[in-house]
Design a protein around this ligand. Structure first.
Ligand SMILES: [Zn+2]
Length: 121
């Protein structure tokens, strides 16, 4: 697959910020896609990560939700990438999710100051 690196047109792209938070903490590669619910597959989900042995994990985010929900879903899925599929939603996964969220807020404050921050308060 050819990979084109897009530069976000937004100066405060929360997906880019979550991605940077992840990369500051973990180094496992991933790809991420937006998708739409076109059939009943994954109907109840905000997103998921497709793990195949020996391949780079693929994160899918369902795009019809709000950006806030999609960003949180992205962080959720990145925590799965960070700790591996076998941890599901155990305490190891939860620690990774918290670490990404904390780093996201730290970066947000560093870049935009406390007022605008990450907007999750
Ligand atoms: Zn999950």
């Amino acid at each position: 697959m050819s990979m084109v690196a897009f530069i976000s047109p937004f100066v405060n792209d929360p997906f880019a910020l979550v991605c940077q938070a992840y990369k500051n903490l973990y180094d496992k590669p991933f790809t991420a896609f937006f998708d739409q619910h076109e059939d009943d597959d994954h109907k109840e989900e905000y997103g998921f990560t497709h793990f195949v042995e020996g391949e780079i994990p693929q994160i899918v985010i369902f795009a019809e939700h709000s950006i806030n929900v999609c960003v949180e879903t992205f962080a959720h899925e990145l925590a799965h990438v960070a700790v591996g599929v076998e941890h599901e939603h155990d305490e190891i996964w939860n620690a990774a999710f918290d670490a990404i969220f904390t780093e996201y807020n730290r970066l947000g404050e560093e870049l935009y100051g406390k007022e605008e921050g990450a907007g999750d308060e």
